[in-house]
Structure formats: structure tokens, C-alpha cells
Design a protein around this ligand. Structure first.
Ligand code: GLU
Length: 617
């Protein structure tokens, strides 16, 4: 018995080992013998694997014992035929109705000769005929390449089994010629039969099958390599035929009892898929009368029951997509505002509603979001939807969101998106067409703080606040100079030095020793810090009349953030030495500056507290 790396102590590994022990001595059933080479299988071979959709494989028993894939190849080649020809063309040649007949029955539609489904041999042979390729060699090469992508290593043909089947596969040959007769195969069936025998003879292990199953569970992307092997819509088709026809003439009972799309093969493999969650594989060559692995059936039924994996017993989606909701009276952007702007934002901030979404956005999770947003549309001016914590958004959710944007825009409400830039699912139609669909919608923002600032600016400009970026704020109007007499101001001015910076200039570097504080008299600057993920986070944006670098006066510790000029900037700087030198600044000026500084610091602290209380929701 073997276990996957790092599986020691794992409850799942322990479970698999118990399961192995439970059925190790069950030696009922027969090894397939109609292909002579298969009869040589060791009836004690037994392994069970579970592969997660993040690529971890739990394994027990002979999980690395190679065997031929046989019928388990059918859904995967069906996937290739779909990719090569499209759904309609494939459906015109092979149906999707379960037959309830044995795998090798000659079940063709009496009128059209169309095989009833791609999981019986007739359907699978017709499907092999749909694989594109200039030559037989190229077709086989493509099949091997695709299977290699599913398992994450190069697979090859077991030539002995292939020859064995080729020389005894008269019934399949008969099926091939029937298909030719009905023109389902438009060419000589023999090379196609050959391809079919070869696809059945691809050597795999139980470990490989688990990864193939996990790739289907993962929507067609191999969870180990991250490579896409099949398009999600075709994975849906593959799983559908597996669910209805994958287990020979036992398919109905299987889905009833186990509840997972699956495929078995006469060499003793079974592969089962729980979409979106995991893949299971079992290998044990002893078969029942239907051709399914006896131990495989038992193990899958137990695993499904014990881990509650039946597809129709799906866990209820209980997490709300709305992680937090609040309005702009509770949280302001990091642009520091003068008192009039701050007042307007406090008074009308409930007109900006912020929704932080989380998790997976699908129709089911997005629908309550739409309901919530619409409920407040009449009393809202801008809606900010923060997608930073969303891990995935499907087309249906995207459609609902796009519709919401249109509705909002038609009512004069802007719907602003933030936080989705680094996600590979960033809805392209929304990102690209959003503003066209909904004229009030700006392009999505990378940062929720900048998005909030956009909403605030919209609110302020609607209330008569004009941005005059060029205005210079006289020293007397600076926050830090409140309460200074003209005399005191004049004395302060004597100790200040004028400095100017161009847009983009770095003014303060984090880590530097502090030497000055800055009175910003023209332009804007932003204070940012580098995050561990390499991105930068804005702490604040300041405009003329505000102070920065002020901590220097208080603790003289190294700078904790960077400050850049957003525009051309003019400021006055006061050196820490001068501030402390009584010969330069007398006690009353220093006291006034410190009083104002204290007010400023307490305002920042209140703001931080408010933010913590909102974000802690
Ligand atoms: N190559 C086998 C055949 O066509 C596949 C049978 C199976 O695994 O169901 O007979």
C-alpha cells in the first residue's frame, strides 16, 4: 500500500487506507478475457485515488500500476471530436440517448444508423472517425497529446494489448462496417477502427485517471499544470454523457446510488467526477456482468455516501456574495478634504453606496446583489461594487451585472467597479464595453479607494464644488496655521523655505531620516506604501492647504511611507531644527503649530478608527 507525499496523518488518506482494507479481500467477479491480453491482469490489483481540484492526489494501493484505459478513453476522445467539429456536427453523427444495452451492442438508430450515444462502442468508433488529422499517424498523435495533457505526463500505447484487441476485435469491426453502410463513417472504417483500438490501449495508472477526473472537475484545466485541455462547454457535454451512459447498462443505478458522472473500462478502471470539486478513480480488474469493476462500484458508492458527494445532494450555497455594505458617510476615500467638502460628503454620503462582494459570482449568488442594489436605486447617486475578494464570475453573473449597469445608468446612477484588475476572470465585456453600455459607468478601477474618490468627486461636482487645481493656498489658510496672528505668521514665514516639485517627483522616501515638514500650497501629493504583494496602497491624497511629513516633528523616526507629487507642486518646508530652536520660533508660534498638529493627528486617528469599524464588519 502506498500513500501520496505529505499524506501522513491526513484523515482522507486514513479513510482511503481503511477503504482499501475493507475491500482488499473481495475477489469476486471475472477479469475481462475477450481481449486475450486483458485476461493476464492480476486479480489482486487494487487502488483508489482522490484528486482535488487544486491538484493534490491521495492514493492507496497499486496506484502506479499501468493498465490500458479501454472505454474510459471514450469521453475524452468525444471531447476532442467536439472541439474539432462543434456540437451540432457531432450530434448529427452520434446521439446522446442512453441505451440500457451492453457496451458492445450494435445500437444504431434504425432509420439513420446513428449510434445512440458516444459511450457504447458504435458511438465511440463513430467519434474516433471525427478526430481531425491529415493522416492516421497525426490523429493518433493528437489523441496521445491530448491524453498527456490530461494526465500531465507523456502517455504511450501498450502495443501488446493493442495487437491483441486488433486481432480479436471482429465485433467492433462489424460495427465499423455498419457505420460505413449508414454513411456515419464516410470513409474506409478500418483505419478508424485501428485508431479506436489504439485509443483503448493507451497505458495509464489509477493516479493518472484521478488527474483526468480532476481536470474535468476543474472545468477542463489540469489542476497540476494549469493547462487548459478542454473548453468548459465541452466538459459539460462530456460529463453529461458520462452521467447518462458512462457505466454500461448500469448507468441508471450508478447515478442513483453514486451520483457522479463516471466512466468505466473493461480493464477494471473507473473514473468519477464531482464537478467543481474532485475526481475519484479506482482500479481493480475483477468485473461484474455489466463490465464494471466490482470493487470499483463498492468503493465509489461508499465514498459518495461517506463524503456526501452525490451530485443531487449539493450543499446549499450559504455564503452571501455581499461581504459588507455601507455608504460614504461611513468610509471616505483617502483624498483628504477641506472642511466644506468633508461637510458635503458627510451630509450626502449616503448617496454613494458601497458593496464589497466575495467568493464565486454565479446567477444564484448575484441575484440577491441585483435585488439589493435595485432596492436603493432611487436614493443613490453612485454605486461602488468592489470585486477584490471575488474569486470567479461566470457569464450568467456577468450578464446580471451588465444589466444592472444599464438600468442604473438609465436612471442617472453610476455603477463603478473596483478591484478586479488582477483577476483573470475580469469580465471582458464589462471592462471593455461597460462604459458604452452604461454611459455613466467609468472604466473599472484597480483600486477601490480611487473608485470611491471618483464617486465622491461626482457627488461634490453635482453640488457646486469646482476643482481649481492651479489655485495657490496662502499660508494663512493652511490647516496648520489656524489661530496664528499676522505677526506670528510673519515669523513662521521667515523660517520657511519654498520648494517646488514636478508631477511624478518623489518628495519623501520611506526609510529616510525625517528632516522637514511640508506645507502644501499648490497641487496634490499622494502618500503611499508598498505592499507585500508588490503593489502600492494609497494612504492619502492631499491638496493645497494641507500638511505632510508632519510626524517628523513628533517622533523623529524614519519615514514610514513614500510621498509623490501627483501634479506640479509648490510647498513650504520647515526644518525640524528650526522648529525646535527658540531663537527661530518663539513659544507661542510653536504652541499654535503643535495645537493644530494635534488636531490634525486626532482627525486622522478618528478617521482610521471609523475605517476599522466599517471594514471589520
Ligand atoms: N476496447 C474495448 C472494446 O471495444 C473497450 C471496451 C470497454 O472498455 O468497454 O471492446
Amino acid at each position: 500500500m502506498s500513500g501520496a507525499d505529505g499524506a501522513a496523518g491526513s484523515p482522507i488518506q486514513a479513510y482511503l487506507e481503511r477503504m482499501y482494507e475493507r475491500y482488499a479481500d473481495l475477489l469476486e467477479g471475472e477479469v475481462a478475457n475477450y481481449i486475450p491480453e486483458l485476461a493476464k491482469a492480476d486479480k489482486r490489483w487494487f487502488s483508489i485515488c482522490i484528486a482535488t481540484i487544486d491538484g493534490h492526489v491521495y492514493e492507496v494501493g497499486d496506484a502506479r500500476q499501468p493498465f490500458t484505459i479501454q472505454s474510459i478513453s471514450k469521453p475524452f476522445v468525444y471531447g476532442m471530436a467536439l472541439e474539432d467539429n462543434g456540437e451540432q456536427e457531432v450530434l448529427s453523427k452520434v446521439g446522446v440517448e442512453p441505451t440500457g444495452d451492453a457496451f458492445n451492442s450494435i445500437s444504431l438508430d434504425p432509420g439513420s444508423g446513428r449510434p445512440l450515444n458516444p459511450m457504447i462502442n458504435a458511438g465511440a468508433i463513430a467519434v474516433a472517425g471525427l478526430v481531425r488529422g491529415e493522416s492516421a499517424v497525426e490523429k493518433l498523435h493528437r489523441i496521445l497529446q491530448t491524453f498527456s495533457l490530461y494526465v500531465g505526463r507523456n502517455v504511450t500505447i501498450d502495443h501488446v494489448v493493442y495487437q491483441s484487441e486488433k486481432s480479436t476485435g471482429h465485433r467492433n469491426r462489424a460495427i465499423g462496417h455498419m457505420l460505413r453502410n449508414f454513411d456515419i463513417l464516410g470513409v474506409d472504417p478500418d483505419p478508424i477502427l485501428d485508431l479506436y483500438f489504439q485509443q483503448c490501449s493507451i497505458a495509464v495508472t489509477c493516479h493518472d485517471l484521478a488527474l483526468m477526473a480532476a481536470t474535468l472537475a476543474n472545468g477542463g484545466v489540469n489542476p497540476r499544470t494549469g493547462q487548459r485541455v478542454a473548453k468548459p462547454e465541452y466538459v459539460e457535454n462530456m460529463l453529461s454523457v458520462m452521467a447518462t451512459c458512462g457505466m454500461y447498462d448500469y448507468a441508471g443505478e450508478w447515478i442513483y446510488k453514486v451520483g457522479m458522472p463516471a466512466k468505466s473500462g473493461v480493464s477494471g478502471g473507473i473514473l468519477a467526477v464531482l464537478p467543481g470539486q474532485l475526481g475519484v478513480s479506482v482500479f481493480s480488474p475483477l468485473l461484474d456482468a455489466h463490465g464494471n469493476s466490482m470493487r470499483g462500484l463498492r468503493v465509489c458508492a461508499d465514498i459518495s455516501k461517506d463524503f456526501q458527494l452525490h451530485l443531487f445532494n449539493a450543499p446549499r450555497i450559504s455564503t452571501s456574495a455581499i461581504r459588507a455594505k455601507y455608504d460614504a458617510t461611513h468610509l471616505a476615500s483617502r483624498r483628504l478634504r477641506g472642511s466644506e467638502e468633508a461637510r458635503l460628503l458627510k451630509e450626502h454620503g449616503e448617496q454613494i453606496r458601497i458593496y464589497e462582494l466575495q467568493g464565486e459570482l454565479t446567477f444564484t449568488t448575484m441575484e440577491p446583489v441585483a435585488r439589493e442594489v435595485l432596492q436603493h436605486l432611487d436614493t443613490t447617486e453612485s454605486i461602488l461594487i468592489d470585486l477584490k475578494r471575488v474569486v470567479f464570475m461566470n457569464d450568467a453573473a456577468q450578464e446580471v451585472l451588465t444589466d444592472l449597469m444599464r438600468t442604473a445608468s438609465a436612471q442617472g446612477v453610476a455603477l463603478v467597479l473596483a478591484g478586479a484588475h488582477e483577476q483573470d476572470w475580469l469580465p471582458k465585456t464589462i471592462a471593455v464595453q461597460g462604459p458604452a453600455l452604461a454611459p455613466l459607468t467609468p472604466p473599472p478601477f484597480a483600486d477601490n479607494d480611487l473608485a470611491l474618490e471618483w464617486c465622491e468627486e461626482r457627488l461634490l461636482s453635482g453640488r457646486g464644488v469646482e476643482r481649481v487645481p492651479e489655485a495657490t493656498v496662502a499660508l494663512t489658510a493652511h490647516d496648520l496655521c489656524q489661530g496664528l496672528t499676522p505677526d506670528e505668521l510673519a515669523r513662521l514665514l521667515e523660517n520657511l523655505q519654498a520648494r517646488s516639485f514636478s508631477a511624478g517627483d518623489a518628495i519623501i522616501h520611506s526609510g529616510d531620516c525625517p528632516d522637514h515638514i511640508y506645507f502644501l500650497s499648490k497641487g496634490t501629493v499622494s502618500v503611499t506604501v508598498g505592499l507585500m504583494n508588490g503593489r502600492r496602497k494609497r494612504f492619502s491624497t492631499l491638496s493645497a492647504g494641507m500638511v505632510f511629513g508632519e510626524m517628523a516633528l513628533v517622533d523623529r523616526l524614519p519615514r514610514s511611507a513614500d510621498v509623490h507629487a501627483d501634479t506640479d507642486v509648490e510647498c513650504y518646508v520647515l526644518s525640524c531644527e528650526k522648529f525646535e530652536d527658540v531663537a527661530c520660533l518663539d513659544a507661542s508660534v510653536r504652541a499654535a503649530l503643535l495645537r493644530n498638529l494635534l488636531r490634525h493627528v486626532s482627525r486622522m486617528l478618528r478617521r482610521a478608527n471609523e475605517e476599522v469599524s466599517v471594514l471589520a464588519q
